[in-house]
Ligand binder design. Sequence first.
Ligand SMILES: Cc1cc2nc3c(=O)[nH]c(=O)nc-3n(C[C@H](O)[C@H](O)[C@H](O)COP(=O)(O)OP(=O)(O)OC[C@H]3O[C@@H](n4cnc5c(N)ncnc54)[C@H](O)[C@@H]3O)c2cc1C
Length: 689
Amino acid sequence: MKWLFASPILMSALTSGFTTSPRSLSGSTVVQQQQQQQQQRAQIRVTEAHARDSVVGSLFSSNSDDADTDAESASASALASDSDTATATSSTGSAAMDWDNEQKKQSAEKEKEESGVSNDVDIDIDIDIEENENENKEPPLKIAIVGGGWGGWGAAKAICEAKENVEVTLLDALPDPTGATPFLSKSGKPVEAGTRGFWKDYPNINKLCAELGLDESDIFTSFTNSSFYSPDGLEATAPVFSESVIPKIDSPIPFLNKLSGQSFPQLPSPLGQVLATFPLFERIPLQDRASMLGLLVATVDCLGNDVTVQEKYDRMSAQDLFILFGLSERLVEDFIKPTLLVGLFKPPEELSALVVMELLYYYALAHQDSFDVRWIKNGTVSDSLILPLSTHLQENYDLEVKGGSFVSKISYDDSAATNKSSIEYKTRDGEVSTMDVDGIVLALNGKGMSAVMANSPDLAQYKTFSKAASMANGVDVISVRIWLDRYVPTRTPANVFSAFDALRGSGGTFFMLDQFQAENEEALWAGETPQGSVLACDFYNAGALLSLSDEQITEILMKELLPEAVPDFAYANVVDTWVGKFPGSVSFFSPGSFDRRPPMQGDPAVPTIKFAGDWVRMGDMEHGAKGLCQERAYVSGIQAGNILLDETIGKSRLYKHPVLPVREDEAQFKAAVTLNKQVMKLLPRFWVR
Ligand SMILES: Cc1cc2nc3c(=O)[nH]c(=O)nc-3n(C[C@H](O)[C@H](O)[C@H](O)COP(=O)(O)OP(=O)(O)OC[C@H]3O[C@@H](n4cnc5c(N)ncnc54)[C@H](O)[C@@H]3O)c2cc1C
């Protein structure tokens, strides 16, 4: 759950190389060697193609009356075109092309086999060629991806789809990170560690759907409204800008009233949001809402400047920023704090001001419809998206997945100039194994990184790794699923709890899965006859709830939070529950953490180990997604995969996995940034250090 309400209140207030160290010898030597070998292979193929053409030609003439002539003819033309490609390949010297040609050759051979034509001469030639190829073929490069979240899968995709001579293995401590084995409650019902939304600007995850042949309308709900509840009841409902109409406006200004019920016009941000959200949040007095303006000024100054300025904002807590820029206490307590608790899973006093502003901009401010969000329509993120991706990579690229493998140590040999690493991992039966690899993408969370570094002195001696290990304290999360004996209607399927005492300092959300997944309701009940609503409730920054029993946590929801928000919950009985506790599992963007978060490019002294994940800094490869965000984690993985191949295979390879940028900043934001830069030439930035 994320930044559902920032935009409405915000707008309402307004109305008011790399070290080119090589894989083993030097990067360029490796590339040269590979190119020589590819050329040799291509030459062999050219010779083979000529020989084969003449042999097939003679067979043709001798079999011209045979009933199988057509099939043979198809085979022959496939081979002929194969040989053409092989000739072309020799000029490119590309391993990717070679791979592709190899595939074509194999399928042509298979076709021929299936056509039942015996061709002894051709087979002899093929055997000779294969022997030659085997003699010349360099052993595959071994790359390991440690961590199978969005970051790890992004890296696996980028590396596998490059079609280089690489063996890829993905290791994760989870028993099955592929999504093939669903997580089930004790009673066998499907559960998930947290309900995840997909925001408007997730272009790479959307593209992934298309690449996997998935129809987005089968995977995601339509964009949904979300509601915000306090102990006083419903505070506000966020609109859907891209699909919906302006809610009823009852205002003294006739022009605004006329907009009621009309489709949202696409206006420059933040004008559209201002109009649409005018009637929301009326419980918060106008002057408090107007105090949000200071935050907009700070956001332009922070995000419009370079990393030196951003680091200064990062050292400040968001709470300090709010005080400095004049945000009212009422606004912060009643609205911003609960919003951050569900967006970055911590209160403002514990969060980096930089990351808060990045999140604010990405999810709320950049475009009128930036905070439109949709959800999984059937099952979980794992089985809807990760499973098709993992199947594609395993079936088409021989990706090896080692689930239940807890990586406990990484050794790195820098003395022999091989840049080889050795990964030690423990399987569920307690067995310890090692694997030697030429490159690694570390796609771990802070907690995992810290555990690995504790036993990895070879790496911990380098600052990048030891600083990353200091990010061990992740945020605690609790996920609860509740099956009820009756349907409880709610205004919207996605909802936020705000400022309830029962939350004990945590953030809280509840999602009506029977509404999101109405078309697949039986699956929510694992085949049992559905009896009523199914809720997924998440608590973030949940340290104060962790020590409670599962029953106590369910009781807090059923007796306090849910009925206070929506009174009809008081009449429902619990049929089944599941509670999952995940201490320290989520990235924590504390003040000053920017410097400790690992750069995706890794440490200059260890060029063959890269980092991926939502907490990783992407430097000049930042693509725009921010905060705790699946799109960000996925893109960081793709980029880390690309740069690891640059390092190990070489930059001149044929295919580099593309990354789609998020939408460009709007003109008025760019203008504000330019203006701010002029002003800041004269004004010392005394509020940051
Ligand atoms: C409750 C909740 C709600 C969220 N809501 C949203 C949302 O609405 N929208 C959104 O976009 N994002 C949301 N997020 C954030 C999003 O899920 C994350 O940003 C993203 O999944 C991070 O992916 P990752 O690959 O960086 O890390 P992770 O998914 O944490 O992957 C790290 C992997 O490393 C493995 N690992 C750790 N240590 C080891 C080890 N020693 N050996 C082997 N494997 C190890 C772990 O098992 C894990 O699979 C939410 C997160 C949570 C927890």
